[in-house]
Design a protein around this ligand. Structure first.
Ligand SMILES: [Zn+2]
Length: 493
């Protein structure tokens, strides 16, 4: 920890900010799970007030931070404290309150309009709002400042120090490799494009029981963790001893709920395994969205979709879902690992998922760089989907209007999904230098995997920036080769 007075002062002053974050997280969790419909207005008001109090508290740290920045010889923890608080402070100092307020108001309105536009498959309803958001995001980027592409300022909000150079480098290797792997899979026919299990309905109660069994297989700590139901699955890290996930039950194709549970458990484990001494400090959360997503993807795909995990899961499925008796373990494994080019990002397989991200990344880069107008986006989108994914949307609701992110002003967010896959590939490669993962999973010893992740990644919280953390663990950053190698071995060799 720290003996330096100014660092102690920052940590002490951060406690009420932590408490405001805690309250805002519970408000957010409640809004998505149990809040009555009519409470939306008062909840929105309370959230805005909390955001304002937070902003003032963060700004009050300016002097201490500038003093701390002048000190030499800080240890990693102290550097982490200064770095994370500086990032928040920098945002509030550079982006004027009226711009923050205008962004929030526009995003709230745009999200409501986007829902209607998606339902009606009508882009022109959403277009003026997206135009406004792009204009405001450009202003935000200009206020924040950047080197190189203007989009870098927005990427940095979600993934510290990330630039278009990094993302271009990742995709220029990932895309051709994934295309090659996809062609091989599709021509071999070894992984089917459709499966009967996708159409079979299930009883929600039985499925809830299966998910409880999965939590036991993953040894989730039931006194510090809970699972509920929401429209879109998410994880909420309220504190190091209170992490909550949600899932949803669509009534058929049971893998959707299973993999959302495993995915969110990956996020939850990260939050649960941060060093306890960091509680209430600025470094008590994950390092970045990309690192966070690497944890959820590692558990969902590398662990959850493996043969060994299918073997662990099969008896549970057999016991709770009567229709499973018609399908052997190998059939269920194939159902878990179908590969097919499709239109909807969230339903995409391990390989084609990244193509969906490239499309969004290229479109965002053009919009923020002022190379294209919002009105041109639907046709650019459809052409790019055809080029990368190999399918052309028949409607806008299954095309350009499918994701919530742009209406919420989350521009620069999408790349972190692919970076999560890339980093999960790096974790998979690195962890196998220390253990035989197949053997460990064969024995169902997830504890060994969790301990490894805690010691190498989780315990640090956000002490290190995502690039520093990757250097420390892997000696390299955002290297897509390990993901490609894993996919080749799984699907081709
Ligand atoms: Zn996730």
């Amino acid at each position: 920890m720290s003996n330096i007075p100014v660092i102690q002062e920052i940590v002490e002053s951060y406690k009420p900010i932590w408490a405001l974050n805690h309250a805002a997280s519970i408000f957010g969790w409640d809004l998505e799970t149990y809040m009555p419909h009519e409470a939306a207005k008062s909840r929105g008001f309370a959230q805005a007030q909390i955001a304002l109090m937070r902003q003032q508290r963060v700004l009050s740290l300016a002097e201490s931070i500038s003093k701390a920045k002048k000190l030499g010889n800080l240890n990693d923890y102290e550097n982490g404290i200064v770095r994370t608080v500086s990032r928040e402070l920098n945002y509030f100092i550079k982006v004027p309150p009226n711009l923050i307020e205008e962004l929030q108001r526009t995003e709230t309105e745009a999200t409501v309009v986007w829902r209607e536009a998606r339902r009606k498959s009508n882009f022109s309803l959403f277009q003026p709002y997206l135009e406004k958001i792009i204009e405001l995001k450009k202003k935000e980027a200009d206020k924040l400042g950047f080197e190189g592409h203007r989009y870098n300022a927005l990427l940095d909000i979600f993934e510290e120090d990330l630039t278009t150079i990094d993302v271009d480098r990742v995709f220029s290797s990932l895309v051709p490799n994934l295309k090659r792997i996809l062609e091989r899979i599709l021509s071999s026919g070894s992984f089917p494009r459709n499966h009967k299990l996708e159409e079979i309905g299930y009883e929600e109660e039985a499925m809830k029981h299966v998910n409880q069994e999965i939590l036991k297989i993953l040894a989730m700590p039931d006194k510090r963790f809970r699972m509920d139901v929401s429209t879109h699955p998410f994880t909420s890290g309220l504190s190091l001893d209170d992490v909550r996930i949600t899932t949803r039950y669509e009534g058929k194709s049971f893998r959707e709920t299973i993999y959302s549970v495993i995915h969110e458990c990956g996020h939850a484990l990260y939050e649960l395994q941060v060093e306890h001494a960091y509680e209430y400090t600025p470094v008590a959360g994950g390092a970045s969205l990309g690192i966070h997503e690497s944890q959820s993807r590692f558990w969902e795909n590398f662990i959850g979709r493996s043969r060994e995990f299918t073997k662990l899961l099969y008896p549970v499925l057999r016991k709770n879902l009567p229709f499973i008796s018609q399908f052997g373990e190998e059939e269920v494994y194939k159902y878990f690992n179908l590969v097919r080019p499709s239109l909807i990002r969230v339903a995409a397989d391990e390989i084609t998922y990244n193509f969906h991200i490239v499309v969004r990344y290229e479109v965002e880069k053009k919009l923020i760089g002022g190379e294209t107008a919002v009105s041109e986006i639907p046709s650019i989108w459809d052409d790019m989907m055809e080029e990368y994914v190999g399918v052309r949307p028949k409607s806008l609701s299954e095309g350009v209007l499918q994701d919530v992110h742009w209406s919420g002003g989350m521009i620069g967010y999408f790349p972190t999904y692919s970076l999560g896959n890339v980093i999960a590939g790096m974790v998979n490669n690195r962890i196998q230098q220390d253990m035989d993962l197949h053997d460990v999973l064969e024995r169902g010893d997830v504890g060994q995997i969790k301990t490894w992740l805690r010691e190498h990644i989780h315990k640090w919280g956000s002490t290190y920036s995502p690039k520093e953390l990757q250097q420390k663990i892997f000696g390299e950053v955002y290297n897509p080769d390990h993901l490609v190698k894993y996919l080749e071995e799984k699907y081709i060799v």
